[in-house]
Ligand binder design. Structure first.
Ligand SMILES: Nc1ncnc2c1ncn2[C@@H]1O[C@H](COP(=O)(O)OP(=O)(O)OP(=O)(O)O)[C@@H](O)[C@H]1O
Ligand SMILES: [Mg+2]
Length: 269
């Protein structure tokens, strides 16, 4: 199952959701491929590949440029999380990294069929995994279109705030309008994850209702709360399991979200 994670709003928690859903899925024995489609390369760093290493690696940019069936295999590397409760889990997570120059592939957007290039590159590679998570940049441009054209379904991540909800609605409507052009006539949103939910903010409670109004039962629960330990894991490029007791409630939350991912996207047959 290939899942594009998107929102036409930055800083929603797309990359966070991917990194820690991958952790939760790997912890239950699933094989996960994370594909970084964002020139910011945040997902690549969080799975262990910083800017210096990325300079010499085969990345999503080369996969898209090559435009050859199965060529993503040349870009696949292992997750580099390590530690006592993590080593085994990390062997089940692979990554197609990104680098800042992925941006240059946008120049091909005008070429006929160029949006199919990632789909082609992943063909025969994605099948080795239970779940493929595609991390889209916060735009509706060519890089996100490459992700959507390579996806079976889409999951949206948002904070319960006005601009985030509007960004998510734009992605949903974009998919509905252009899925045929993207060669994915059945593509649809199968989940909405609410991130950075802060119960103390009345605004968040109010907008959580607006999210449910807009997306109905597509909204997964529970929301991911705003927590320092999660921000610390993100900053240190570590899994939650490396952060000790304070991370335990979040490990539970991502595990519940992973349950929903599996059921709602038919990720595991
Ligand atoms: N639940 C959370 N609790 C605390 N901090 C969070 C949480 N989720 C995200 N953050 C913070 O918000 C930042 C942005 O999150 P993230 O990078 O996942 O968003 P994104 O949607 O991928 O952003 P972009 O649109 O730039 O790709 C993180 O670096 C982290 O500091
Ligand atoms: Mg991101």
């Amino acid at each position: 199952m290939r899942i594009a994670v998107a929102n036409n709003k930055g800083g929603a928690g797309k990359t966070t959701a991917i990194a820690h859903l991958a952790e939760a899925l790997a912890a239950r024995g699933r094989r996960v491929l994370a594909v970084d489609l964002d020139p910011q390369a945040n997902l690549s760093r969080r799975l262990g590949y910083g800017e210096a290493e990325l300079a010499d690696m085969v990345t999503a940019a080369e996969v898209v440029a090559a435009n050859q069936k199965g060529c993503a295999v040349d870009a696949v590397v292992g997750c580099r999380w390590s530690g006592p409760s993590v080593d085994d889990l990390a062997t089940r997570i692979d990554l197609v990294p990104a680098r800042y120059d992925l941006e240059a592939r946008v120049a091909e957007a005008g070429q006929l069929g160029s949006h199919e290039r990632l789909d082609l590159g992943l063909s025969g590679v994605a099948e080795d995994y239970d779940v493929v998570l595609l991390d889209c940049p916060p735009s509706l441009g060519h890089l996100t279109q490459l992700g959507l054209a390579a996806a079976d379904t889409a999951v949206l991540v948002l904070r319960p705030e006005y601009d985030h909800l509007q960004g998510a609605i734009r992605v949903r409507d974009f998919i509905a309008t252009y899925r045929r052009h993207l060669g994915r006539p059945d593509l649809a949103v199968s989940g909405v994850i609410i991130n950075e939910h802060d119960r103390r903010r009345g605004l968040h409670a109010w907008h959580t209702d607006s999210v449910t109004e807009a997306f109905g039962d597509l909204v997964w629960s529970p929301p991911i709360p705003s927590r320092a330990v999660l921000a610390e894991a993100i900053d240190a490029a570590q899994p939650l399991r490396a952060r000790g007791a304070p991370a335990r409630p979040l490990i539970e939350i991502f595990s519940t979200l992973a349950d929903q991912l599996e059921v709602r996207t038919d990720a595991v047959a």
